[in-house]
Design a protein around this ligand. Structure first.
Ligand SMILES: Nc1ncnc2c1ncn2[C@@H]1O[C@H](COP(=O)(O)OP(=O)(O)OP(=O)(O)O)[C@@H](O)[C@H]1O
Ligand SMILES: [Mg+2]
Length: 514
């Protein structure tokens, strides 16, 4: 048997899964596209996660698109991060231009344009319907990450969150967190937290507060609040097709820490809320993480551990996660080792760093009877990739250089008017457009502080009265007595800030009475 025939036989045997699959393309051997050597990705293995890597412009985003399209067709909802704002075209059928038709023909796969149901979301609420999260659901580790806190500071944040949970104080937005932090550092709560979780130092608390304020000034704190995004809304279907939810972050691209952490948090919400299902015939949801290097760059250990765990555990909930990035070396090994389906586009070897990344990447592939891996990786064209997936038994398939099919929808954004109509015409607009401000930690604590100040004032006023009876010479007005009492009591507890606050409240109270 010739090399070509052997190649076709091997590929079509190992990439021929039982059950539904995604058609990726056909094998390439010595520069020739061999349409019979079909490369398929079994749907039941999508929850074993994946990697789409390659140098810039090699076709990663379009690979992601063509996989998302076929998932939608199979009734599987998809979540994808739209970093450049150029994926909304998924809604519109593509145009059969000669290049696309030719690509289809070479693969014996006629190009049939099609659009798909999409939902448009954004974190700022400006480029799509808002996807908000509450501070408490975001959690201290993630928050510590976006605030760039050290381990000690993150630990303090964790104690504050725990206190809020134990005392039923809803932490919805930044106002709640700031209020609670103050309350526990040098307010009436300081003693309580000291006994249970340890004292919070003024300087640590000050640093956290400063960083919270800095983030607020960057106009991104609106992400935290209500109405919180319900993850059930990621599971929509229209006419049997899975809805593709796009999170457009093109307007906050310069905040990589923020959106990557937000995404991870969304994943952990999914994990918490979905039941165990084991291995299904097809996944419940597939999540594509574009520009995944942003998630891992300079990440502290606690954060990496969290990513690694979520990725490992979410599989049994029927959720697949695909990371998209330039080089596999952008992904920590503990995560990379869990990515069973790999689509590796061309890598460049221009710089010593490139060469190093190439060498490391080559090492992660098994030997091939047909290719020299490093040669193939540097010579692949646009829309071609070196592929290995898990077959329907969970065994890695041999690597195949693959000529990929084209996406069927538009490769780019829809026009601004259509975009706007898609946003405002969606049920997600009705549900999430308005913010809700329910009674949460900041209001509850505000009331507690008022009560505390009034009680302290009353106590001291009573004492003053007794003293005054004995020594009538130093009479005070009720306001003076209350103010003084509040100030001394609170100042004694080391709560200068609170004393000022209490004074303000008391002044307002007495002003109203007059
Ligand atoms: N499967 C494909 N079928 C047809 N054309 C493709 C395919 N993949 C890539 N292309 C073409 O290559 C161009 C670049 O692809 P793409 O935007 O996916 O690259 P990328 O790797 O995501 O780049 P970047 O790193 O800059 O994000 C596309 O605009 C498209 O014209
Ligand atoms: Mg891209």
């Amino acid at each position: 048997m010739g090399n070509k025939a052997k190649f076709i036989e091997q590929v079509s045997t190992s990439y021929n899964p039982k059950g539904a699959f995604i058609f990726l393309g056909a094998g390439l051997l010595d520069g020739e596209i061999l349409a019979q050597a079909k490369v398929n990705l079994p749907l039941k293995m999508m929850n074993r996660h994946g990697l789409i890597a390659g140098a810039t412009g090699t076709g990663k985003t379009r690979t992601l698109q063509l996989i998302a399209e076929q998932l939608s067709d199979a009734g599987v909802p998809v979540f994808l991060l739209d970093v450049k704002g150029d994926l909304s075209g998924l809604h519109q059928a593509g145009e059969a231009n000669p290049a696309l038709v030719e690509r289809g023909e070479a693969l014996e796969w006629p190009f049939e344009p099609s659009g798909f149901p999409i939902e448009l979301f954004s974190l700022s609420g400006k480029a799509g319907n808002p996807m908000r999260l509450t501070v408490e659901d975001f959690g201290p580790v993630m928050l510590g990450r976006i605030l760039d806190l050290n381990d000690t500071q993150t630990g303090v944040l964790a104690a504050v969150f725990k206190y809020a949970e134990d005392t039923q104080l809803p932490l919805i937005d930044f106002a709640d967190l700031k209020k609670l932090l103050g309350y526990l550092t040098d307010g009436p709560g300081a003693a309580a937290i000291k006994d249970t979780y340890g004292r919070i130092s003024g300087s640590t608390s000050g640093t956290i507060l400063r960083k919270l304020v800095a983030l607020e000034q960057q106009d991104v704190s609106d992400i935290f609040g209500e109405k919180e995004f319900e993850i059930d809304d990621l599971f929509g279907r229209v006419d049997g097709k899975g809805v593709i939810s796009l999170l457009n972050i093109s307007d906050i691209q310069d905040q990589p820490m923020l959106f990557s952490t937000f995404l991870l948090s969304l994943l952990s919400q999914l994990f918490k809320n979905l039941p165990e299902v084991g291995d299904l015939d097809k996944p419940k949801l597939v999540f594509f993480f574009e520009e995944a290097h942003l998630l891992f760059k300079d990440a502290p250990k606690a954060f990496l551990t969290q990513v690694e765990q979520i990725v490992r555990l979410i599989r049994s909930k029927g959720v697949g996660v695909f990371f998209c990035t330039q080089s596999p070396t952008d992904i920590p090994e503990s995560v990379l080792g869990q990515l069973g389906n790999r689509v590796q586009h061309a890598l460049r070897a221009f710089t010593p760093n490139d060469a190093e990344a190439l060498r490391k990447t080559v090492k992660t592939y098994p030997r091939s009877d047909f290719y020299e891996i490093d040669r193939v990786l540097t010579s692949l064209g646009t829309g071609q990739a070196l592929i290995t997936v898990l077959n329907d038994k969970g065994i890695p398939t041999e690597v195949v250089a693959t000529h990929l099919i084209p996406p069927r929808a538009v490769m780019g954004p829809v026009d601004a008017k259509t975009y706007d109509q898609l946003v405002t015409g969606s049920p997600m607009y009705t549900k999430y457009h308005e913010t809700v401000d329910r009674r949460s930690a900041s209001e509850i604590l505000e009331d507690k502080l008022k009560q505390h100040a009034v009680e302290a004032a009353r106590e001291t006023a009573a004492r003053e009265k007794v003293k005054g009876k004995a020594r009538r010479s130093t009479r005070q007005t009720p306001l003076e007595a209350a103010q003084k009492a509040a100030t001394t009591t609170l100042a004694r507890e080391g709560t200068k800030l609170l004393a000022r606050l209490a004074n303000g409240i008391l002044t307002a109270m007495f002003r109203k009475k007059r």
